[in-house]
Write a protein that binds this ligand. Structure first.
Ligand code: ZN
Length: 44
């Protein structure tokens, strides 16, 4: 499963391929380096 997530800091979109469940996982933005919750961004 591939998710498209959006960074809350720089608004860039990126792909995320979580291992197993995506809920509760954190993703670090490849553009600005900010870590954010994948779950909070799944609906974007
Ligand atoms: Zn960012």
């Amino acid at each position: 499963m591939t998710l498209t997530v959006r960074c809350p800091e720089c608004k860039n979109k990126m792909k995320c391929q979580p291992q197993g469940s995506a809920e509760g996982k954190s993703k670090r933005c490849v553009y600005c380096g900010r870590s954010f919750s994948v779950k909070a961004n799944m609906s974007n």
